[in-house]
Design a binder for this molecule. Structure first.
Ligand SMILES: C=CC1=C(C)c2cc3[nH]c(cc4nc(cc5[nH]c(cc1n2)c(C)c5CCC(=O)O)C(CCC(=O)O)=C4C)c(C)c3C=C
Ligand code: FES
Ligand SMILES: [Fe+2]
Length: 409
């Protein structure tokens, strides 16, 4: 006699004549294709960053968006007037710099690669939230936050169907002018594009559930990836000089108005430097300096370029520059450090730069580990994200922080 399986375990006929029961569907789906709570679209992993022009023709639009961002360059009521003037004036000079580094910023290429590779790892190590779908949302260049949001909706997130998304900042250290600006932009498009479509069965409101990885300055995988790149570059110095090479960590500077407002970035950059030095057993002497100051107002120092000149003048010519606040190459590494600081130092044989993290497999694994712990944590964002700067007067900050901190994931 043939063994008769219980109804829920009977194989499905797939000829379209028999409608499977909900129980059969669950039974079939579970082992082979782990699904999310409501068999929805999976988990969107959204990399946030500033972006850069991929071609010299995009420089004008990139700078124009950058100078109209009141979270980065607050010009008050004159923003719409002065912003375009400043960006137009700056465009030819910056176009030449992008031309000199190969015709554009590699940030899009690296961001898309890092995000896609991280999602492949997550699908394996985090099946409960699979499939993980990679998205990149730039603040000033394509793909813009608005385009990414529309794409997510077209891919089946939100629009009454819910779904989970993680906004993963690619600035390891939080500044209100960088990650803060990207989150304010994300919140703006969320308000504009996502209507409330009425409650789903499980009581959620049908909009995307957002959570945020808002900072990760001392994550062990990030520290390991930086340390390995530093060790590799130190090998290029003669063995007898290696331990005396001065490590010059270099981060994008901030205007002193932003520092004095209470921005968390300087302290978080210092935390990364400290953790990397600990991992390297504090063998080499080091300093943290700051680059890419723009315009006449006071910026946080010491400047990277003058620090290199001053050390050389003091007789210290073995200097290793380490970009510590960005995870891929960009104009500030390829042009400002390589062409200007090193190129003009007169000592390009002893003043060197550590490779950016770019496609480092150690770094991509770190991104996946970080995302896995976040997905499992049930936390909407860090405790730090809920606190505004003591000097913050921005309603945008207040509203977007309230929104992200109140998400139930
Ligand atoms: C952690 C990194 C960065 C911080 C902090 C940051 C703050 C900041 N930047 C400006 C003004 C400009 N930045 C520009 C380019 C640029 N900035 C960063 C990173 C940080 N900026 C990067 C990686 C890049 C280059 C992008 C690429 O090539 O892919 C520019 C445009 C270039 C130029 O005109 O020199 C401006 C302007 C301010 C005012 C600021 C803090 C408030
Ligand atoms: S400026 Fe820092 S929270 Fe608004
Ligand atoms: Fe910048």
């Amino acid at each position: 006699m043939a063994l008769r399986l219980p109804a829920a375990m009977r194989p499905l006929r797939t000829f379209g004549l028999v409608k499977p029961s909900a129980q059969q569907v669950r039974w079939l789906a579970t082992p082979a294709h782990p699904v999310t709570r409501d068999s929805g679209p999976g988990t969107a992993m959204v990399f946030l960053n500033m972006g850069g022009p991929s071609t010299t023709d995009e420089v004008g639009d990139f700078l124009s968006r950058l100078f109209s961002d009141g979270d980065l360059i607050p010009l008050g009521r004159l923003q719409g007037y002065i912003g375009p003037l400043l960006s137009n004036r700056r465009t030819p000079k910056i176009q030449k710099q992008y031309a000199a580094i190969g015709g554009g910023s590699p940030i899009r290429k690296w961001s898309e690669h890092q995000c896609a590779e991280m999602c492949k790892i997550l699908d394996k190590i985090c099946p409960e939230t699979a499939p993980h779908k990679p998205y990149v949302a730039f603040r000033y260049a394509n793909p813009l936050t608005e385009d990414m949001y529309r794409q997510m909706l077209a891919d089946g997130f939100g629009n009454g169907r819910g779904g989970r998304a993680v906004a993963f900042t690619q600035y390891p250290q939080y500044s209100c002018s960088t990650t803060g600006s990207s989150l304010n932009e994300l919140w703006k498009w969320r308000q504009r594009l996502e209507g409330k479509a009425g409650p789903l069965e499980d009581g959620n409101d049908g909009t995307i559930k957002w959570s945020v990885i808002d900072r990760w300055p001392a994550h062990s995988g990030l520290v390991e990836a930086f340390a390995q790149n530093i060790e590799a570059k130190l090998q290029e110095y003669p063995a007898e000089k290696r331990d005396k090479v001065v490590l010059l960590f270099s981060a994008h500077s901030l205007p002193m108005t932003v520092v004095n407002r209470g921005d968390p970035y300087p302290a978080e950059v210092a935390a990364t430097v400290h953790a990397v030095m600990q991992r390297l057993n504090n063998v080499n002497p080091y300093r943290l300096c700051w680059q890419s100051q723009v315009g006449p107002q006071p910026w946080l120092g010491p400047q990277t370029s003058s620090s290199v000149e001053d050390y050389i003048a003091k007789g210290q010519k073995d200097l290793l520059l380490i970009p510590i606040a960005f995870t891929s190459d960009h104009i500030e590494t390829l042009y400002e450090l390589d062409e200007e600081v090193i190129g003009e130092s007169g000592h390009a044989d002893t003043v060197k730069r550590v490779e950016s993290l770019n496609g480092s497999p150690v770094f991509i694994q770190a991104l996946a580990d970080l995302a896995k712990s976040h997905l499992a944590s049930g936390i909407a964002c860090s405790t730090q994200m809920g606190l505004r700067c003591p000097g913050c007067k921005s309603e945008r900050c207040a509203e977007s922080k309230k929104f992200f901190a109140s998400q139930q994931v």
